[in-house]
Design a protein around this ligand. Structure first.
Ligand code: IMP
Length: 428
């Protein structure tokens, strides 16, 4: 029963699409299990076509795989339909898509509340993507959510929306001084979506179990990343779901015993968008180098990403938390030309050394990185395809990451192109 989890080991944007590419034709089902259209990935197909996806998994473009949006995802139907139409217009077969009836819907009040609460928080804001993700998950947990399956029953849809808006409109109007949202307008809009989305709504759990029984490969594709996990990340500066391996089971309805491989992707340095602690963040020319050479600007919001050195404490934490079997290090080429390539191997917090993540968020905010300074390399590594093609110092850098994380590095990305990888151990 080969289910493979693919997730980010840092704060997102690690380049998970690269791995989907490498797995390519061997994947029969590709499943999104958490998050919503806060994610963003650009996929470049072998014929050079560029696609920007937010809700669909990046594997949607591998021609034969079934595409599944699991119960753990929050779906903005407008965005999903735009993506379906965009893909169909370019000849992609979207009839392969199935969406769990248990996935929750992002409603207009979720988007409105995401924006006003962030504004209200001022300097303490989380820096969300403003897509309504947090409020949608909040309602799910509060048992006030509206699910994809509710689109199939207009009576229930209205009942649930009326109930939700009774409270949300009070908040929007009385607390935040916004106009109330009209039930009828939303119902009319969502019933139109219902008509178009109905063919895609399915019992995805059984579908995936059957696929696993047949011995097919199911790829559980994470969005966001370990350090943005609501339970295990840098709370409250996290997203409102569980992008970690445990979340993959919950968000797809797949048993943990079905998972045979957990692939974690990490950049050779670190980036983060939005607020929150980031011990190895750089504010100097090196940070600028990483941003410029690595093109570190958000796919979803266009925001500048914060950049810093590789944090091996975070990477080891991610490996242990997710039970990672294979690490993929992307964008090693971005470090080319730097005299020293430091790796953060621990933190100093209030005069004490920590080799693991400290217990409290307050301590993490005060963490000063302890670096091991490795020598850099100048050679162009973008043509490297085997380990031997890499300069000795680049090899040492990877070996040190492997050693600290106690996890094998199977693939190293050496350029943006699909082929620009050093494969040390094949992923499948
Ligand atoms: P939300 O998911 O929109 O609620 O945002 C919560 C935090 O997660 C913010 O710091 C976002 O910038 C961050 N975030 C959400 N999705 C992504 C992503 O796909 N990549 C990187 N950061 C993300």
């Amino acid at each position: 029963m080969p289910a493979i989890v693919l997730l980010g080991a840092q704060w997102g944007d690690e380049g998970k699409g690269k791995v989907t590419d490498l797995l390519g034709e061997q994947v029969d089902y590709v499943v999104r299990y958490s998050g919503g259209n806060n994610a963003g990935h650009t996929v470049i197909t072998p014929d050079g076509q560029k696609y920007a996806l937010h809700l669909m998994p990046s594997g949607a473009l591998s021609p034969s795989a079934m595409i599944v949006i699991g119960n753990g995802v929050v779906v903005d139907p407008k965005v999903l339909l735009e993506e379906i139409d965009g893909l169909a217009a370019r000849g992609v077969d979207v009839s392969r898509l199935r969406i769990s009836g248990d996935a929750h819907l992002i409603m207009p009040h979720h988007r409105a509340l995401d924006k006003v609460t962030e504004r209200y928080l001022g300097k303490a804001k989380i820096g969300t993507t403003g897509r309504g993700i947090g409020p949608a998950y909040g309602d799910k947990v509060a048992r006030m959510g509206i699910r994809l399956q509710d689109l199939l029953d207009p009576g229930i849809l209205r009942k649930k929306l009326e109930l939700a808006l009774r409270e949300k409109n009070q908040t929007l109007f009385k607390v935040y001084n916004r106009t109330a949202i009209d039930v009828d307008t939303v119902i009319a809009e969502y019933l139109e979506y219902a008509e178009r989305l109905t063919p895609y709504i399915a019992e995805t759990r059984v579908m995936l179990w059957d696929a696993l029984d047949r011995g097919e490969n199911v790829l559980l594709e994470g969005a966001q990343a370990t350090m943005l996990d609501m339970d295990h990340g840098t709370y409250p500066f996290v997203t409102s779901s569980n992008p970690t391996a445990g979340g993959a089971c919950i968000g797809a309805g797949i048993p943990p015993t079905a998972i045979t491989k957990v692939i974690a992707v990490s950049k050779a340095y670190t980036t983060r968008v939005g607020s929150g602690p980031f011990p190895t963040e750089l504010f100097d020319a090196n940070g600028e180098h990483l941003r410029k050479i690595g093109h570190e600007y958000g796919t979803t919001t266009g925001r500048e990403r914060r950049c810093g050195w590789f944090d091996a404490v975070v990477a080891r934490y991610a490996c242990r938390l997710n039970g990672v079997t294979d690490l993929v290090i992307t964008k090693l080429d971005v470090l080319t030309g730097l005299e020293k390539v430091p790796i953060c191997v621990g933190y100093e917090i209030d005069g004490k050394r920590y080799d693991d993540m400290p217990m409290t968020q307050t301590a993490f905010h005060h963490a000063t990185p302890i670096y091991e300074e490795l020598d850099g390399w100048w050679e162009d590594i973008t043509k490297a395809r085997t380990e031997d093609d890499l300069p000795e110092n680049a090899r040492r850098y990877i070996a040190r990451i492997e050693e600290i994380c106690r996890t094998r590095v199977s693939v190293v990305g050496v350029g943006p192109g699909r082929e620009e990888n050093v494969v040390r151990t094949p992923l499948i």
